[in-house]
Design a binder for this molecule. Structure first.
Ligand code: XMP
Length: 476
């Protein structure tokens, strides 16, 4: 019988370090042999974690979001398309308003789309002016937009599609915030906003494809229309397809990898989840370009309780990473990351990156509203094999009571509240800061070096407690 260890069972042994500045630490890593990430973090393909908003936020920080698959194909495709469009310098289809519309309508549109101005056009899309928030702020709601807008004659426009540098020059020269683009007939064909340009330049480590668009992953299953889903996602520009099932070491997954690879020769495919080196070998042999590791470590998983099966995550990572190294395929550690120390240990144990659900589910960018309980803020987080997640809205109608009872027995996850944690950027900054320090304690200036130099020491429960704050009283 082997031994199974997880993050809290071990510590990393501090080693001689020549890292004098944390900025010396390089956090780039590989997702597949070809795809490089700028930070080693992925957001989980769960319906309370990753849709386009999360994927955009995490890609801007240098990681990758994986859009979940628990929605109709067309919606998932649209979510992918939103990410691919997010960093366009040119907005091809800006929000417009008619000159005869009322100020009230202009305010409503600005509020709805979260924008600070609208382009005013006629029936033929000819540009007539711009109405900005400033123009309507103290105006009578009943006035017409034409009375308060800045007219066309006073506008600085571009007469053809321009690039980023040219746009920056114009913003600088004319001290404006919006550049409408018009064709020879003065018809509106696009818009560049200073905000988008700032977003692009403010995120130097953003993860971009060869065309300068943010990168994104999307999950598929192994049953029903999964192949059609894969094809449509690929067409929409997805960068990596994740074949994502709870027990990934299965013939269904092996077949699915082969089929997707046969159909979409260029598409990078990551498959999982597995927890053994044989699992990694079988999926890589079938064609996987990366393998996701984790059976039961997730914070909302009950797989181990319900089925008695699973492998503690640190041991699973170590075993799978051995196979990954042999086959030259990166491993993603999925689930169970609660603090930055766990992230350092997962990478040191051989994972090239980690996938995170819980810590990101409480951010502004996860789907779902904020919930107030006893004066505190929370968001909802649920396992994808939890009863309500399996049930889904559309499914509800199709099931008989007996099916529902059966399903409730099969659930391998729970629904829960997680504390509100602010923005994705704040959460990632904490994780990354801990990672940089942890790497410095190991004397590692990059992730490969971390893996080579890492020495783990197994600890007792008393030693674990020693590492927590103790013998002090909290201030609250
Ligand atoms: P964390 O610990 O970050 O883990 O919340 C996220 C990962 O948990 C997995 N997951 C599940 N596992 N039953 C399970 O056994 C479930 O219902 C379930 N939902 C998600 C998944 O791998 C995710 O990335």
């Amino acid at each position: 019988m082997g031994e199974g260890l997880t993050f809290d069972d071990v510590l990393l042994v501090p080693r001689l370090s020549n890292i004098v500045s944390r900025s010396q630490v390089n956090l780039t890593t590989y997702l597949t042999r070809e795809i490089k990430l700028n930070i080693p973090i992925l957001s989980a393909s769960m319906d309370t974690v990753t849709e386009s908003k999360m994927a955009i936020a995490i890609a801007r920080e240098g990681g990758l979001g994986v859009i979940h698959r628990f929605m109709p194909i067309d919606r998932q495709v649209e979510e992918v398309a939103k990410v691919k469009r997010a960093e366009n310098v040119i907005i091809e289809d800006p929000i417009t308003i008619r000159p005869e519309s009322k100020v009230k309508e202009a305010k409503r549109l600005m509020e709805k789309w979260g924008i600070s101005g609208l382009l005013v056009v006629d029936d033929h899309k000819r540009l007539l002016g711009i109405v900005s928030r400033r123009d309507v702020l103290f105006e009578n709601d009943g006035k017409e937009v034409r009375e308060v807008m800045t007219p066309r004659a006073k506008l600085i426009v571009a007469e053809k599609k321009i690039g980023l540098e040219e746009a920056k020059d114009m913003f600088r020269k004319y001290k404006i915030e919006k550049i409408p683009i018009v064709d020879n007939d003065d018809r509106l064909i696009g818009l560049i906003t200073a905000r988008d340009v700032v977003n692009r330049t403010m995120n130097p480590r953003a993860l971009k494809d060869s065309k300068g668009r943010l990168m994104v992953g999307a999950a598929i299953g192994v049953r029903g229309d999964y192949l059609e889903r894969a094809k449509k996602l690929w067409k929409a520009g997805v960068d990596v397809i994740f074949i994502d099932v709870a027990h990934g070491h299965s013939t269904l997954v092996i077949d699915a990898i082969k089929k997707v690879k046969a159909e979409l020769k260029e598409a990078p495919v990551i498959a999982g989840n597995v927890a053994t080196s044989e699992g990694v070998e079988d999926l890589v042999k079938a064609g996987a370009d990366g393998v996701k590791v984790g059976v039961g470590p997730g914070s909302v998983c009950t797989t181990r309780v319900v089925t008695g099966a699973g492998i503690p995550q640190l041991t699973a990572i170590m075993e799978c990473a051995k196979a990954g190294r042999k086959l030259d395929v990166p491993i993603i550690a999925d689930g169970g990351i609660r603090k930055s120390g766990d992230l350092v240990k997962a990478l040191a144990a051989g994972a090239s990156s980690v996938m995170i659900g819980n810590l990101l589910a409480g951010t502004d960018e996860s789907p779902g509203p904020l919930i107030f309980r006893n004066g505190k803020r929370y968001k909802i987080y649920r396992g994808m094999a939890s009863f309500y997640a399996m049930l889904g809205k559309e499914m509800q109608e199709r099931y008989e009571v007996e099916d529902l009872i059966d399903m409730s027995y099969k659930a391998e996850g729970v629904e829960a509240y997680v504390p509100y944690r602010g923005s994705v950027r704040e959460v990632l900054e904490q994780l990354i800061s801990g990672l940089r320090s942890g790497m410095s304690y190991c004397g590692a200036s990059n992730i490969k070096e971390l893996q080579e130099k890492a020495l783990f020491i197994k600890i007792t429960h008393a030693a674990y407690l020693e590492g927590l704050p103790h013998d002090v009283e909290g201030l609250t």
